[in-house]
Write a protein that binds this ligand. Structure first.
Ligand SMILES: [Zn+2]
Length: 183
């Protein structure tokens, strides 16, 4: 039986449920579940890992299974499960990176709106319940209607590599403007 949600789904499911898919699958040889948000910064190739910005305590990474083009996530380097676990420095940097991300996404994609949010805990549909992250999803009027859906996954016309190459320089500019220093 497939655990993947069926399409079409109600708007709240459409917005929040795709983020739980597919991430919880990699398991180390030790049997320990790998956390991709811990692993990505250690890959050594930010383009391959889809990391679009490295701050001092938090980073931004493209969602490999995006809801929309430009869907990114902001996460601390530390493996902590919830927002209240973040230090003041992490919180402040995450919010400044959120601001820079919205600005960069506006510049590159001219979206008409954004969904910004975090799924905290299994019950809320967190894809990586142990490692808190904030989703930033650009939205366009009618985008949930016209984008082709195949097997429960929306087909997004731009490749992740193209998204990366457009977004990274824009985000770096916006981050610098808002006083974020890269790592
Ligand atoms: Zn982690």
């Amino acid at each position: 039986m497939s655990s993947e949600p069926q399409w079409p789904r109600p708007w709240y499911s459409v917005l929040w449920a795709p983020w739980r898919m597919s991430y919880i699958t990699s398991v180390a040889s030790s049997g320990r579940e790998l956390c991709f948000l811990c692993e990505a910064p250690r890959v050594g190739d930010d383009r391959k890992a889809l990391i679009v910005f490295r701050g001092r305590t938090v980073f931004a990474i493209l969602n490999k299974y995006p809801y929309n083009v430009g869907h990114l996530m902001i996460a601390p380097y530390r493996h902590v499960p919830s927002l209240e676990d973040l230090s003041d420095e992490e919180l402040m940097e995450a919010l400044r990176l959120l601001k820079a991300s919205i600005e960069a996404l506006r510049e590159v994609y001219r979206p008409q709106g954004f969904n910004v949010g975090a799924n905290i805990g299994d019950a809320a549909g967190a894809g990586v319940p142990g490692h808190v992250h904030i989703h930033v999803v650009p939205r366009w009027n009618g985008d949930s209607n016209y984008i082709t859906v195949v097997g429960g996954t929306k087909v997004i016309s731009q490749s992740l590599e193209e998204t990366y190459d457009l977004l990274r320089p824009a985000l770096e500019r916006a981050a610098r403007k808002h006083g974020l220093t890269g790592q």
